[in-house]
Ligand binder design. Structure first.
Ligand code: UDX
Length: 466
């Protein structure tokens, strides 16, 4: 994409930026997009990455890479065996296991750089909270990329389940909790939304507390969002975080995430979409990390059978707990659906969302998927699974009003009704119109003089002076 920005650095004076992504698809994509953007602005790029989920080097011949050992293989087998998500466990583990190899790697890179100041800064995922202490010791400025939304970050700061407030409703036993009650500290959310984020508030709370603390100590925060979408939350963050914030997103509008995909994308599906009527297809995907149970999977299948509309369904291998792929599909599924529905393991999501045939996105509301849907003006049906997804889903359904939230989880009647509301009802048309307006705002924000364009210019100037 033409950003209108020109580098002021010459080949001889170009400074290097070192980036360090968290090794998960939803974090690798925006970090590599940011790396590409900064490269177009004249910076040299080094990516430090873990062995686990390493990016494909040959897709980025213009970057240099350094791999570190993360010992993730020691706990990787726990990923599919945990009955419900405990993301804090894995994230805290990585923040411990990477300390020594990362410190050695960064020390080596600093020693190799021949002139002082040739490395401008380190940019890490905000979730790698341990890196602030390393950067301080090595006297290297550290900025962070926060891959989630501004609104979610403000919510994390006040949610009593994580901040251990004494009077919190979450101190009740699970049987006594009123799941439909609103959370006083963040009234947009219901108790059930917060309960969904993790089964282990202790480990996730520890992770979030450290992440927020070290974000505040950083030299600046880069956000994958645009000002017009989250202005009230941006104000809160600017008041509460002493370091500068740069809202330069959506990052996927500059560079596609295809080159950082960890799973091969099935591109053949685009020619099937070409044969479908405009806005007629339901696109279904629950992202790169969430898992569902066998009975939830079957409810999804029945919902899609019963709605009678064309669909493209991404069933990632092992997305169904205890299954390799499609073993749990109802027997009559294929026969009933015929050529009306297609199932793939992974697809070029941005191309699918941008395709004229796509009419709605049934999503888990990972932040990248949510933003990608907004960028293409596709209204959503929301099935958030964990971490930030329940918060993103509330914004989509209750604040921006560009989607319908499946309040009762995966249940075939509710699924059918929600899909109908978005695809066939007047209400769906109104959502489509609202998200079309947001899409226009995205495009304006990236044009010369727009908010994200200006923010990127400010970021480049800021890094150049670090
Ligand atoms: C994880 C967390 O679950 C999420 O809540 C957090 O915001 C980021 O990390 P993930 O499941 O990876 O999210 O979802 P998301 O953030 O939406 O990212 C998925 C990425 O994979 C998107 O960029 C999407 O375009 C891509 N994708 C998805 C594909 O390329 N092909 C597919 O078939 C599905």
């Amino acid at each position: 994409m033409e950003t209108g920005l020109r580098s002021t650095q010459t080949r001889e004076t170009r400074r290097r930026i070192i980036l360090f992504p968290l090794p998960f698809q939803g974090h690798i994509n925006p970090m590599l997009q940011l790396a590409n953007i900064l490269h177009t602005q004249g910076f040299k790029i080094t990516i430090i990455h873990t062995e686990y989920n390493a990016p494909t080097h040959s897709n980025y011949p213009h970057f240099t890479f350094s791999s570190i050992s993360d010992r993730f293989h020691e706990i990787e087998h726990q990923l599919p065996t945990i009955p419900s998500p405990d993301p804090g466990h894995f994230l805290n583990y990585l923040n411990r296991s990477c300390v020594d190899p990362f410190t050695d790697c960064l020390t080596g890179l600093l020693a190799e750089s021949n002139n002082k100041g040739s490395i401008a800064c380190l940019i890490t995922d905000a979730g790698f909270y341990f890196t602030q202490a390393v950067a301080d010791t090595l006297k290297l400025p550290r900025m962070v990329l926060r891959t989630g939304s501004l609104s979610c970050t403000t919510a994390y700061g006040v949610l009593p389940i994580f901040s251990k407030s004494k009077n919190s409703c979450f101190n009740l036993t699970t049987e006594d909790l009123d799941y439909e009650a609103t959370v006083p500290e963040f009234p947009l959310l219901k108790v059930k939304d917060v309960m969904k984020m993790t089964i282990n508030p202790k480990s996730y709370g520890y992770f979030l507390t450290n992440m927020l603390k070290e974000m505040k100590s950083s030299s600046g925060i880069i956000w994958n969002t645009f000002k017009e979408l989250e202005e009230p939350s941006l104000k809160t963050i600017c008041q509460e975080f002493p370091c500068p914030s740069f809202t330069i997103g959506p990052l996927n509008k500059y560079f596609s995430s295809s080159s950082s995909s960890l799973i091969e994308q099935d591109k053949t599906i685009l020619s099937w979409l070409d044969t479908q009527a405009p806005k007629s297809v339901i696109y279904v995907s629950f992202g790169s990390a969430a898992q569902i149970t066998k009975s939830e999977f079957q409810e999804v299948a029945h919902g899609l059978m019963n709605i009678g509309l064309p669909f493209l369904w991404v069933v990632r291998p092992r997305v169904v707990r205890g299954s390799e792929w499609l073993e749990s599909l109802p027997e009559r599924f294929q026969k009933e659906v015929g050529d009306r529905g297609h199932i793939v393991k992974w697809c070029p999501q941005q191309d699918v969302l941008a395709h004229p045939a796509t009419g709605c996105f049934w999503t888990h509301n990972g932040w990248n998927s949510t933003l990608e849907s907004i960028c293409e003006g596709v209204p959503m049906v929301c099935s958030p699974c964990f971490t930030d997804q329940p918060i993103n889903a509330r914004y989509v359904s209750d604040v921006w009003k560009i989607g319908v939230l499946l309040e009762d989880g995966f249940e075939r009647k509710g699924i059918q009704m929600a899909l109908r509301r978005v695809m066939m009802d007047k209400e769906g048309e109104e959502m489509r119109e609202r998200i079309r307006c947001l899409k226009e705002k995205v495009n304006l924000s990236l044009k010369k003089g727009g908010s994200s364009h200006q923010s990127l210019k400010r970021l480049v100037d800021y890094i150049s002076l670090l």
